[in-house]
Ligand binder design. Sequence first.
Ligand SMILES: *Cc1c(COP(=O)(O)O)cnc(C)c1O
Length: 394
Amino acid sequence: MRKTETNLIHTGEEFNKTKAVVAPIYQTSTYFADENLDEYVAAATEPKHPEFYHRHGNPTNSQVAAVIAKLEKTEDALVLATGMAAISTAMLAVVKAGDHIVAQNAHYSGATLFLKEFLSEYGITVSHVDQTNNQAFVDAIQPNTKLIYIETPSNPNLDITDLAFVGQLGKEKGILTMVDNTFASPINQVPSEFGIDVIIHSATKYLGGHSDLTAGVICGSKDFIVKAWRRSITLGASLSPFDSWLLLRGLKTLSLRVHQINSNALALAEWLEKNPAIKKVAYTGLKSHPQHELAKKQLKGHTGMLCIEVAGNDEEEEFKNAQTILSNLTIFANAASLGGVESLVVHPASMWGSHHSKTQKQVSGITRGMLRISVGIEHIDDIIADWEQAIGKI
Ligand SMILES: *Cc1c(COP(=O)(O)O)cnc(C)c1O
């Protein structure tokens, strides 16, 4: 069996019917029928057919899906226009009015909005539990629970959900399990190995890796992907030919990038933890992470995501100091998103100010002195020097 690095470059090549070493961009909305009309009719109805009409499929979309399904060790995958399209399409392929979902307190903000505001208007109820408490998932299950939706490590505070426990719980109770694996990337974490049924990514982040596209992917069994595809052709968020091509290109270096990012992030986390200007560093690779042992069981590497709390005499001063750091960092741009080759930093309390109420922020563990960092592949010496000078401005 070929290894990941090889698969990233060669999986799905059968979808490139040309002699071009790099698959062309199929910048077309539609494909003509040849003489055999029966074949055309079959193409119109076959899920994900790559050459019928773009909303149904595209050769590059099929190639990208094959690469990601291989990484995630699932039978199939479906690529869509954004991570949120993947999340909403996948959930709507599972639940209908009258059903119940068990989810976490902390999720990506868009997922939280979808769970709390959108689904409730369509008669779907959701229980939110503390992801670090296995029993809370068990206790939240109701007779009409159809989905357990998790995210690990979660955004922004890097809490861990026990994948093996949730995978087993889903199997025992006959409930579908779904995880947002964006933060880890499949290089660091393969949830299907722990019995999770459906894996979602915002491919905008690590999979694309260059902050130049938006995309999402749903990975699962062949049957589930057909269900999700049927939803997707009515919801309509197909991934554009060019973004798909960029994603295919970005994926080739995924393993190289993620390994460098893991190593940079661990070094930065260790440096920050020793700095008195920083009150707390949440990084799954540090021994001080309350779930470090569990993290080691399910993560092969600890990702580029860390979350810190800046020190200060009171909350106001912590906020002020966080702002000083934020505005003085030069390599780390203050920008939404994560997982690219360039380092980014955000102030979660400001970024999600409009989405989250004060209590929601408390439940999600967001404080005003908190900064979320996405470490890139710049040289580690420059990364640390940037933090050193920015902290020096306090
Ligand atoms: C960014 C992100 C999403 C949403 O992805 P988009 O591509 O922006 O729609 C979902 N989950 C996580 C964990 C994310 O970081």
